[in-house]
Design a protein. Structure first.
Length: 146
């Protein structure tokens, strides 16, 4: 799996997410970094399809609900958006620790706001919008050393 890829459309970003799913093994926390509109949810659409957990059109941003659950045949994905979460106490009320199970992958947008999320086996995917439809996606599947 390349550590960096450039996509030129939402369809290419979704397709990359499908391929990336084959490289993700639970239990895992994936921190998704990128500004608003960078393509984080679009990438999750492909990852969910790759695991057979949801069709791309059924995956939406959890900005207001905060957590969406997608159950696949072998893996449960949790798509989490922490954009509106500002304090460690607010984070605790989400109960993310309870979601971290042997068959689960947590895909967390704006997770970099809370360094403690990196205590578990984690990976990072950074997305950058470099044009109207073009995105640079940087993948680091190696856990950070402490």
């Amino acid at each position: 799996m390349p550590t960096q890829v450039v996509t030129h459309s939402a369809e290419e970003t979704i397709a990359f997410g499908r391929r990336l799913a084959a490289e993700l093994f639970p239990p895992l926390i994936v921190l998704l970094r990128g500004n608003l509109g960078a393509g984080k949810t679009t990438l999750v659409k492909g990852i969910a399809e790759g695991f057979g957990a949801a069709q791309a059109e059924d995956v939406t941003s959890p900005t207001f609900t905060l957590v969406h659950e997608y159950r696949g045949p072998r893996i449960t994905l949790y798509h989490i958006d922490l954009y509106r979460i500002d304090t460690p106490r607010q984070l605790e009320t989400l109960g993310l620790e309870d979601l971290f199970a042997p068959n689960c992958i947590l895909l967390i947008e704006w997770g970099e706001k809370f360094p403690r999320l990196q205590r578990h086996r984690s990976a990072e995917i950074a997305l950058e919008r470099v044009g109207e439809n073009q995105r640079t996606i940087q993948v680091n599947l190696e856990p950070e050393s402490t």
